[in-house]
Design a protein around this ligand. Sequence first.
Ligand SMILES: Nc1nc2c(ncn2[C@@H]2O[C@H](COP(=O)(O)OP(=O)(O)OP(=O)(O)O)[C@@H](O)[C@H]2O)c(=O)[nH]1
Length: 313
Amino acid sequence: MPEDRRMHDGEAALPVPVVIIAGALGAGKTSLINAMLVGDVDLPLAVIVNDFGAIAIDEAILSATGLPVFALKNGCICCSLQGDLLRTLAGVLSAGRPIGAIVIEASGVSDPRGIIEALHDPVLRRAVRLDAVVTVVDVEMHDVADDLWQAQVRAADIIVLAKAGETAAVDDLRARLAGMGKTLVVVADESGGIPLELLVGQPFQREGVPLTEASLISDDRFVHVEWTSPRPLALTRFRAIIENLAPRLVRAKGLIRVVERPGQTFLFQLVGRRASLLPSDLPVEGARLVLIGRAGNLDAAGAKAELEAMVQE
Ligand SMILES: Nc1nc2c(ncn2[C@@H]2O[C@H](COP(=O)(O)OP(=O)(O)OP(=O)(O)O)[C@@H](O)[C@H]2O)c(=O)[nH]1
């Protein structure tokens, strides 16, 4: 069981453990954190989440657990938001509530080395201690040739395999990861989680990650569309638009209401070609959507115009 780092009067505070959760867009990072938060955790946690855009879907999902969630929006914490991360961490630590550990969910476009570097801030290092860098890998959908995927894997102390279906696929992936020097590989349970004890308590020893401005993989290879509607959507029209855009989407998520089911919110998720629309208790007026694609492939303005036309019809 991780030690309790609550501050008591007159006691010097121990550094608060920090866990970074990294991984490709849609790999299963939020699901992993959600499963850990709703599990029987005997440690007061705070979560910092880096949604890619201003429409903070992950923040909404994780806030539903009732635990304190702090969002970093409009950028990527590994590069443009490093200063925001440090300010947010300072804010979490000085908020006056007991904090046993801080979980940072990186955006799917983050190179974890930028976050690790930010945590080396000399002042912050007295207050926080990086215990583990976790990279979530989607067993079915990952691109081993992608340099961002490789950077995320190489930076990890522990790899969590999400969406593990066929044993053969898991075995193949384990072998590939072993070839990259990654042998601490855990398969997420049915809820998408792993025991928090694996991550917090004993910091992993890691070699310094050599990092230069030039070697950090920036987030400008992706473009995103953020779109809100005050009115519910026609489901058939929404489906047709998403099917049309899907070949150019890497990731999409959002909360929508549909005219066919008044009063019910749905959580829309798309990773690659796999989409789901599930009832949700999260509030939304009409729709809040984020679509992400590769720069040069997704026409962000065109996609937004299509969505806009849907509610004008
Ligand atoms: N079957 C299955 N689905 C999963 C698992 N983990 C995540 N998913 C689904 O995969 C989709 C993306 O999951 P998220 O947890 O939002 O992924 P993420 O890495 O946080 O996504 P971004 O923050 O957008 O990069 C959702 O539809 C999840 O329900 C898993 O272990 N098994």
